[in-house]
Design a protein around this ligand. Structure first.
Ligand code: UD1
Ligand code: UDP
Length: 382
């Protein structure tokens, strides 16, 4: 029997971090030929992940432009994928999550009538403009996909509510697979600014903020709250690896630049990030991925958004929605700094998003779909 050609398509940092362990897992199966098509929606931030996981793209559309628009990402990916699909002729295309690469990759596959497997399927806020454009990217990708790899039971329920076509598997999130080997007690940072931090005697807050719907006033209010927090608490350090988006960099530099206990650094590689979070006091973020990783490390998270498609850790008590209003963000962060009781309530390690075995489940589901194994993978149970 010929090998199944499975093509993984990804292009941004979070997709790469969460697809890398799956690409490695697929390569272990003799029945599968695993290939990668990178869109290059992110250039430096994608390359850094590929290097860490020792992976190479078989195809690279290299689409990134400075201050790119949603339309340029989508059209360049769609046109580039046409050529790659004609050449590679994959049996299935895997996409991840909810970026423009995800949606355009799935759409290109659909135009060629190639089945799509959607990794991290079924996350929803039910608000089409928040997160923007991710909610619609993932909903449309779900409409196209044949196999849906839902991380949690709640994600599967969202898909059932939409009467989605295809097969749903509950797999856990591959983010947790990615973390398995990265956090080590003896880890030494190669970013000098991180080695200079005194994690033993000072409380370090990890901050990230990059979402498009936070551009403008919400981001200014969030970062102003952080500014006031660090002025009121000279005993804390805030570390902010600033996303390479020019909009984000301008705002971060303007509001937080020059403060003694705020460390604005370039994005760090994923091992640095995981080990930084593991040594931190808490995390403040509008990122999706950090909401999954920090709870596994026992770190409280304040989410700098109005909603989240990841309610599981809120239910478990380790994540709270802080919103985007300056006063609320400031008050919620102050409480975690000033009340030991409030802090300890949130600082517990929970794993509602996965057990580190999402990738083997997804590989087995693909083999099952193509009739190469009789056993459907057992669902992940939190
Ligand atoms: C994208 C995703 C978002 C995801 C985020 C993760 C879309 C529409 N958005 O948003 O869902 O949460 O990635 O980080 O798909 N840049 C560089 N080098 C890089 C990466 C980015 O210079 O390695 C700069 C470029 O100027 C680029 C800009 O950042 O134009 C914005 O990148 P883009 O992918 O359009 O948006 P993100 O905000 O990163
Ligand atoms: N991350 C990283 N370096 C950084 C900031 C984040 O490696 O400087 C990792 C983080 O650990 C997580 C992922 O990037 O795995 C999250 O990506 P991002 O916040 O860009 O996107 P989102 O998850 O919001 O889509």
């Amino acid at each position: 029997m010929s090998k199944l050609k499975i093509m993984s398509v990804f292009g941004t940092r979070p997709e790469a971090i969460k697809m890398a362990p799956l690409v490695q897992e697929l390569a272990k199966h003799p029945e599968i030929e695993s290939i990668c098509c990178l869109t290059g929606q992110h250039r430096e931030m994608l390359d850094s992940v590929m290097e860490i996981f020792n992976l190479k793209g078989d195809y690279d559309l290299d689409i990134m432009e400075k201050s790119q628009t949603l339309s340029t990402i989508t059209t360049k990916t769609l046109l580039g994928m046409d050529r790659v699909i004609d050449t590679a002729k994959p049996d299935m295309i895997l996409v991840h999550g909810d970026t423009s690469t995800t949606f355009a990759g799935a759409l290109a596959a659909f135009y060629h009538q190639i089945p799509v497997g959607h990794v991290e399927a079924g996350l929803r806020t039910w608000d089409k403009y928040s997160p923007f454009p991710e909610e619609i990217n993932r909903t449309l990708t779900g409409d196209i996909a044949t196999l849906h790899f839902a991380p949690t039971i709640a994600n599967r329920e969202n898909l059932l509510r939409e009467s989605i076509q295809g097969e749903i598997f509950i797999t856990g999130n591959t983010a947790i697979d990615s973390m398995k080997y990265s956090v080590r007690d003896d880890y030494r940072f190669h970013t000098e600014a991180l080695n200079e931090l005194d994690f033993k005697n000072r409380r370090v807050i990890v901050l990230t903020c990059h979402r498009r719907e936070n551009y403008g006033k919400p981001m200014e209010d969030i970062l102003s709250a952080i500014r006031e927090l660090t002025l009121a608490h000279p005993e804390i350090d805030v570390v902010y690896p600033v996303h390479l988006s020019p909009v984000v960099r301008e705002c971060a530099g303007r509001i937080l630049g020059g403060l003694k206990n705020v460390h604005l650094i370039d994005p760090v590689d994923v091992q640095e990030m995981h080990n930084l979070m593991a040594r931190s006091y808490m995390v403040m973020t509008d990122s999706g991925g950090l909401q999954e990783e920090a709870p596994a490390l026992g770190k409280p998270v304040l989410v700098l958004r109005r909603e989240t498609e990841r309610p599981e850790a809120i239910g478990a008590g380790t994540v709270k929605l802080a919103g985007v209003e300056k006063e609320t963000v400031y008050a919620m962060a102050s409480e975690l700094l000033e009340s030991e009781e409030a802090y300890h309530k949130m600082a517990k390690a929970v794993n509602p998003y996965g057990d580190g075995n999402a990738c083997p489940r997804i590989a087995q589901a693909i083999l099952w779909h193509f009739g190469r194994t009789a056993e459907r993978p057992a669902d992940f149970m939190a």
